[in-house]
Design a protein around this ligand. Structure first.
Ligand code: ADP
Length: 330
């Protein structure tokens, strides 16, 4: 019987992704995989125990939906009195470096003590699955106050800067697309080469047609003329699915694609797939006002994500990218 994994639609796209689902009474893994499945959780449990120096056994594993790239689980020791839970992401073993970079990004953001992120605990490969274990957060619903705090805290994170310029110590991924973070002194050069140029090249290799793409790249110095952002620590993938509020009303950001860049990239993306509540923007603006010209740069910065969506999911994103390019060249 292949009750197995069910394929569901990614939240942002038509991508088919693999997610664990409960089917009937039993957890739906192919029966033949059960020993591997339990061996995997035993190894992950041992790693958690080692990392925390407290014995942990993942007796319960509950699939968590909502992600677009990985399989995610809430795991707990099942102890009625001293319940302990963790959030675990799983992917193919060859995706371990993606989890490593995510863990380093989470750690770097946590170290700034400006905005809450789940603390990464350990990562590795168990039975041909790469895993990343992090702190479990009880997520709830945002209030006016928590979204204001999200705005202020993000502004505080954006004040964290780097003496190396734009980039980061590690390459990471945006979705599952590589994101190159080579240190670069000039923002226009960084964004042109490692963000827009990189995705455009990939999109053409995937068969996309972007007749004005190269012209846009040549126009970047004009489009960004006079804009001199400082390198800010950015989340890098701050759409609404990656911002949440805990049950204690603490704002939290998830699943970062961290680097040092123009802070406007984060603000732009908060407006791309459903805007954040207005309290967030009001609080951000009064903490760290945006420079004039943001509205136009927003389109430019979001083009990076739309091209990435074309590269990940194909479909109508090419037309959307072309109309953004046309509006920027107008
Ligand atoms: P993916 O890497 O597949 O995109 P996410 O990191 O976005 O996965 O996580 C998927 C969903 O799981 C989030 O939208 C959120 O609802 C929930 N989630 C993420 N991190 C945690 C956590 N540390 N604790 C509890 N729930 C979480």
């Amino acid at each position: 019987m292949n009750a197995g994994f069910k394929y569901t639609k990614g939240k942002r796209s038509g991508l088919l992704i693999k997610t664990g689902v409960m089917v009937g009474e039993t957890y739906a893994l192919p029966l033949g995989d059960r020993p591997l499945y339990f061996a995997m959780w035993n190894q992950i449990s041992a790693h958690i125990s080692q990392a925390t120096a407290v014995e942990f056994v993942a007796r319960h594993q509950r699939p968590v939906g909502g992600g677009s790239i990985n399989r995610a689980y809430a795991v707990s020791n099942g102890d009625a009195v001293n319940a302990v839970s963790y959030f675990v992401k799983l992917n193919r073993a060859d995706q371990l470096s993606m989890f490593e970079a995510e863990a380093k990004g989470l750690q770097q953001i946590a170290d700034t003590q400006t905005i809450r992120v789940p603390r990464p605990l350990c990562w590795g490969v168990a039975e041909s699955s790469a895993y990343l274990v992090m702190e479990w957060l009880d997520l709830g619903y945002g209030t006016h106050r928590s979204w204001e705090e999200m705005g202020r805290n993000l502004a505080a994170m954006h004040r964290v800067t780097s003496s190396h310029g734009f980039g980061w110590e590690h390459d990471n991924t945006i979705g599952s697309t590589p994101q190159i973070n080579a240190w670069t002194a000039d923002w226009t050069e960084f964004f042109g080469t490692h963000r827009l140029g990189y995705q455009l090249t990939l999109a053409k290799q995937q068969g996309g047609s972007f007749p004005e793409g190269d012209r846009l790249l040549s126009a970047l110095p004009d489009l960004l003329a006079g804009h001199r952002p400082q390198p800010s620590l950015v989340h890098g993938d701050l759409w609404s699915g990656n911002a949440a509020v805990t049950k204690l009303e603490e704002p939290v950001i998830l699943d970062p694609a961290t680097y040092f860049g123009d802070r406007e990239v984060d603000l732009a993306m908060t407006e791309l797939f459903g805007r954040f509540p207005n309290d967030f923007y009001r609080a951000y603006q009064s903490s760290f006002p945006l420079a004039p010209g943001y509205e136009r740069r927003k389109v430019l910065y979001n083009l990076y994500h739309i091209l990435n969506h074309f590269n990940l999911f194909g479909g109508g994103y090419a037309a959307q990218a072309n109309s953004m390019i046309a509006s920027l060249l107008r």
